[in-house]
Design a binder for this molecule. Structure first.
Ligand SMILES: Cc1cc2nc3c(=O)[nH]c(=O)nc-3n(C[C@H](O)[C@H](O)[C@H](O)COP(=O)(O)OP(=O)(O)OC[C@H]3O[C@@H](n4cnc5c(N)ncnc54)[C@H](O)[C@@H]3O)c2cc1C
Length: 436
């Protein structure tokens, strides 16, 4: 296929950005993919299994990560952010800030010896602070590019000018403390796709989570933390345990709409929680088939193909009990067992339920830094600060030549993120190939 003279720029290396990049690259269009974390993969890399099939998330994602990495038409700029955008549809110029990782990308082979020797143990962001990593680290086990990164806020040498143990132990001489942040200018960008994904409410505020004892009680976790707890590569190596006493939970309460559909917090529906909660309860049951799960819900929103049947299977085959109620509060007893206080909406009675563990389905919110990014791109945001799209053109932003896909414009699941990504890629290709 003839190579297009203009390229595309994709912001965000989650599943949406990955799919959009692969589609464009397969059309013969060069793609610069900008990912702010040290590796691409986004949230899907943090999930254990994925509904609706409950397949292993990383097993589906990993082939796409390496396809992106190896594709001759894709250049991944990881640990990078868009700093400036000039021009108009068909001809943008973009400045990209590449953060120093203090590791030579061409030399590091991810052998891990540096991390083994590093004396600094710090909270692991990828594992939601549920375990420690070193100050020199691989963002996650199967991450792409497979290159170590030095956390400059935590590194002893970069903060106190002592140590350099990683450098002394690197046989490939891949550590480079002289590296500086640099700005790279990308010219001839025909079109831009924004796929910067989402954040979760617990990442920015805790007010609405206080009622539920989050961060106060050890046996109250969020759904993304629970994904990491269930995952074989996660902090519990796939053996579900309570943080208070290491016991296997036998009764779990899953509380829906935490922060979402709430006039004191976010009014919108987070859209995916009814489905992923049932998935998490199913997987937990597969870990321990004596488990009882209780899902506290306002109403079940499972509108996708086969989704209703998924919930039915949850109730019939996985011992999940759906309780129509908005849980009001979580308390604990002397053994740190959470007690859910709720109104049973079927009987209008105030009830209590003692469980071993509580999992909160917290609201999806726009990604960190969205206002800056939108300002740099010149695109409008909606009332909740998601990227604004046109009602009948769901991948079009307010600016010509800039498209969007995935959760950065509204909460959605992986299948929809992928199909939107292909839509955004098709529209971007039209602009690049002259059909604006
Ligand atoms: C607990 C939980 C369980 C879930 N389970 C399922 C499931 O089973 N099945 C399912 O279909 N869906 C599930 N989802 C939803 C799924 O995570 C999303 O649909 C999917 O991750 C959306 O992909 P994305 O690419 O839009 O966003 P993300 O996965 O968030 O990726 C966005 C990427 O952009 C990067 N980025 C952000 N800002 C910038 C910037 N300024 N510059 C450059 N890069 C940036 C981020 O670092 C990230 O890598 C679940 C979600 C949660 C919270």
């Amino acid at each position: 296929m003839a190579k297009a003279s203009k390229s595309a720029l994709v912001i965000g290396g989650g599943i949406a950005g990955i799919q959009a990049s692969l589609d464009l690259a397969d059309m013969g269009i060069h793609v610069d993919m900008i990912e702010k974390k040290p590796c691409i993969g986004g949230r899907m890399a943090q999930l254990d299994k994925t509904f609706p099939t409950n397949d292993c998330s990383i097993c589906i994602l990993a082939p796409k990560l390496s396809e992106c990495y190896r594709h001759p038409n894709i250049k991944i700029h990881s640990f990078s952010e868009v700093q400036k955008v000039e021009g108009t549809a068909g001809n943008f110029t973009v400045d990209v800030l590449r953060h120093a990782r203090y590791v030579k990308e061409d030399e590091c082979i991810n052998c891990g010896i540096c991390a083994e020797k590093c004396p600094m143990r710090v909270d692991d962001e990828f594992d939601r602070q549920l375990r420690k990593r070193k100050a020199i680290y691989m963002y996650y086990l199967q991450g792409v590019p497979a290159i170590m990164t030095i956390d400059k806020e935590k590194c002893l040498y970069l903060t106190k000018e002592a140590c350099r143990i990683c450098e002394k132990n690197c046989e490939r001489d891949a550590i480079d403390f002289e590296q500086k942040d640099e700005v790279v200018t990308i010219n001839d960008v025909g079109s831009i796709i924004v796929a910067a994904g989402y954040n979760l409410i617990e990442d920015v505020e805790n007010e609405v989570l206080k009622n539920y004892g989050y961060k106060k009680y050890r046996n109250v976790v969020t759904a993304l933390e629970f994904e990491r707890m269930e995952c074989a590569s996660g902090p519990q190596e796939g053996h579900l345990k309570r943080f208070s006493d290491g016991e296997t939970p036998k009764k779990i309460a899953f509380l829906q709409c935490i922060g979402s559909r709430n006039i004191r917090s976010k009014k919108y529906c987070s859209s995916i929680c009814c489905m992923y909660t049932t998935k998490e309860a199913m997987i937990a049951y597969e870990h321990n088939n004596e488990l009882e799960s209780y899902v506290f819900y306002i109403d079940m929103r499972a509108g996708g193909k086969g989704f209703q049947n998924f919930l039915k299977r949850g109730a019939e085959e996985y011992n999940i009990k759906y309780v129509k109620s908005k849980a009001a509060q979580v308390q604990i007893d002397n053994e740190e067992n959470p007690i859910i206080v709720y109104e049973d909406l079927d009987t209008a009675e105030i009830k209590q339920l003692k469980v071993d563990l509580v999992v909160l389905a917290t609201c999806i919110i726009p990604p960190e830094g969205i206002e800056n990014l939108a300002g740099t791109l010149g695109v409008e945001l909606d009332e909740y600060k998601f990227i604004k799209t046109k009602p009948f053109y769901p991948v079009e932003t307010s600016k010509d030549g800039i498209f969007t896909c995935g959760c950065v414009h509204e909460p959605m699941d992986i299948p929809r993120s992928v199909s939107e990504a292909s839509g955004a890629a098709a529209r971007a290709a039209e602009v690049i190939k002259g059909g604006l």
